[in-house]
Design a protein around this ligand. Structure first.
Ligand code: PXL
Length: 280
């Protein structure tokens, strides 16, 4: 049976973040996406000028209530950019009402990067996001989001293994079984992610060549692949490796294409590399 994921993200028209990367990735893995959009933006909020922003909180409430009448049950719930604390409450309601019997909850606590909250988020937002992370099976913060979830000061890289491992163990104590920490690097040559499984206390690092600059949407691509592969029964550490390698290849392609990374990475040509992971 084909699996069905509830995808809770914004729709940014330009910039290849959120739904515009989530949907193609889940589709190529033969997973059905049911979409609960959080906001409609002209572009992402990260440096493409004065983006428009239509908040969809009230619409989300109506959509959830309609779906409850349809008795919807999902095989996975995957959330990314949520605009405000009210949306966190709505997602908690959706989890409560529509979580299937074997339904991983994958939370990408999108709110900050490079030591700073994204434009538009209040200072108490991380505290609200923590409530959602407590319900998660897998959380996928970057290092800024991890420090905010733990109420710790942001530390600039390069990092030590001791620091990274300490963060992951503390994050798993919030509730999630698995942690994937993104943006991990130990020197200026390589960057990637660390995955942690609380059950085995096992940590894996996947690192690829580090390029200067910021590549928008790569966190969303990573989390979408981990979501899809988890639903395809691929184990955490392998899913993380596939996702990090995919992002590395997409960044390489963006550089080859001489594209401005503010407009997102050239990931489309890499999609067929995910075909072997379709669950039959
Ligand atoms: O890639 C994360 C993301 C998602 N959605 C919106 C964003 C960002 C990052 O800047 O602005 C609207």
């Amino acid at each position: 049976m084909q699996k069905k994921v509830l995808a809770v993200h914004d729709l940014s028209g330009i910039g290849k973040v959120a739904l515009t990367v989530t949907l193609p990735i889940l589709s190529i893995l033969k997973i059905e996406s049911c979409v609960l959009p959080t906001a409609l933006l002209s572009t992402h909020t990260g440096g493409l000028g004065q983006n428009t922003y239509l908040d969809l909180t009230d619409e989300m409430k109506k959509i959830i209530h309609h779906w409850e009448t349809l008795n919807m049950r999902f095989d996975g719930i995957y959330t990314g950019y949520l605009g405000n604390p009210k949306q966190i409450d709505l997602v908690l309601e959706a989890i409560d009402q529509m979580q299937g019997s074997d339904c991983p909850i994958i939370i990408d606590p999108v709110m900050a990067d490079s030591g700073k909250l994204y434009r538009g988020f209040a200072v108490d937002y991380p505290e609200q996001m923590k409530r959602l992370c407590q319900k998660a099976t897998i959380i996928m913060p970057n290092l800024t989001e991890a420090s905010l979830l733990l109420n710790e000061p942001y530390v600039e890289g390069p990092y030590t293994k001791g620091y990274i491992e300490g963060l992951m163990r503390k994050l798993s104590q919030l509730g999630p079984k698995n942690i994937i920490l993104t943006g991990v690097y130990f020197d200026e040559s390589e960057i990637g992610a660390a995955s942690y499984d609380r059950q085995t206390d096992e940590i894996q690092y996947v690192l690829n060549q580090k390029f200067p600059g910021h590549y928008f949407g790569t966190g969303d691509i990573l989390a979408s692949i981990v979501t899809g592969l988890t639903l395809s029964n691929v184990a955490l550490h392998e899913a993380t490796k596939v996702a990090v390698d995919f992002v590395g290849a997409a960044i390489q392609q963006t550089i080859t294409d001489e594209k401005d990374p503010k407009f997102g990475v050239s990931f489309e040509g890499e999609l067929p590399s995910l075909l072997p992971y379709i669950l039959n």
